[in-house]
Design a protein around this ligand. Sequence first.
Ligand SMILES: [Fe+2]
Length: 390
Amino acid sequence: MNEFNNMEFMAKTTLYTGSGSLKSLKDAIKKYGLDGNFLFVTDKGIEGAGILQKVIDSLPDIESKSQIFNDIKPNPNVTGTNAIYEKYKNDGIQNIIAVGGGSVVDAAKALAVLFTNGGSIDEYFGFDLYTNEPLPVFAVATTVGTGSEGGHASVITVDNSELKTKKLVFGEGLFPKAAILDGELLVGMPGSLVASTGMDALTHAIEGYVSRNGSIITDALNLHAVRVISEAILEASSDTTNTSAMNRMIQASTTTGIGMSNGGLGLVHGISHAIGAQYDAPHGIVNAILLPYVLEYNWIANPKKFADIAQALRVNTSGMSTEDAAKAGVKRVKELTKEVGIPEKLGEIGVSKESIDVLTDIAFNDELYMGANPRRATKKDIVAILNKAI
Ligand SMILES: [Fe+2]
C-alpha cells in the first residue's frame, strides 16, 4: 500500500544532535536575524529543572529583548493559547523559542500563527489556512516523545465548544527553523517521563510504519526508530544520567516525528486524542496503555509489516510464520509497556467506561487517524478496544 502513494515528503527543520548541541542554538537563530523581540515559551517543570536558564545562558545576544511565558499546561487549548497571544501581541515579538515537550512546542507553533495572523487559533484548524507566514520557532526538546520539534503540526484541545476534542493546525511554515536534540540537557529528567514520552515515540514509529499513508521513505524513518527506541528505552528510563541512551531516545523520537509528519498515524492517536481532550490526560501514558490493545486489533491487516516490527523490537522470530511473528511483536509491546512502568488499563488513570460512547464517536469521526489506520475500524471495533483497555 505504500510505494504507490503520491506524496510530498517534507523535512524542513535543521536538527542539531548530540551532547552539548545546545551551543548551536545561537548560530541557528542568527541565521534568521536577531530582529525584534523574543518570546520563550516553556512550563514550570522545565523552568524548575534549570533547563530554561541553561538555554537563556546560551543566548547572551537576545537576553535583553526576551520575555518568558513559563506556564504552558499539558494539552494546550484554544482559550489558553489565545490568552497568551493577547498578553504579548503588542510587544514586538518576532521569534519564539520553545523549551519543552510536545505541549510547549505545539503551543509555540500556534502562537507563531497568531502573532502574524491574529484572531483565534480555532480559525486555523486544517492545512495552511493562515495568510501570513508564522513567526520563526526554534525548539529545544526536553522530552523524548513528541516529535513536534521536527514536524509541521500543532495539536490544540478545543475547549470552547460543547464537545471537547483535539484538532490540528498544519502548515509548511510551522516546521521549527531549528531544533536542539541535546541528550545532555535531558540528564536527570524523571524516568517516568522518559517512559511515557518514549512510549509515545514508539507509538508514532509503529503507527507510522503501518500507516496507509506512508511511503518507503517514512518506513525507513519509522522502522529504524522502533529499533533504536526498543534498544534504549529501558536503559534511559531506568537511568536518566545515561547520556548515550538519552541521545538515542531523543534522536529516534525526532526521526519518527518526521515520519509522522509525512506518513500519518493511526487508531491509537485517534482514540488517545479523544481521551486527552475529554480527560485532560497525559498523551504519552494514554498512548502507551492503548498501544497493545490497538495492535492486537490491527496486526491482521498487515502481518508482514507487523513481523518487521517484531524483528525491530528484537524478538527472535526465526522459524515463525509471518502471522506468529506479527503476534509475537504485539506481545513484546505489551511486555515493554509493563517493563517501563506504564499502567495496564486506562481505568487506572481515571478513564471511565461510561465515556466509551463519546470517546468512540470522537475517534470514529477523526478521519485523519481513521483513514491512515491499516484496518478500517467500525464504531463497534472501537467500543471493543476501549472495553478491553479501560
Ligand atoms: Fe503522539
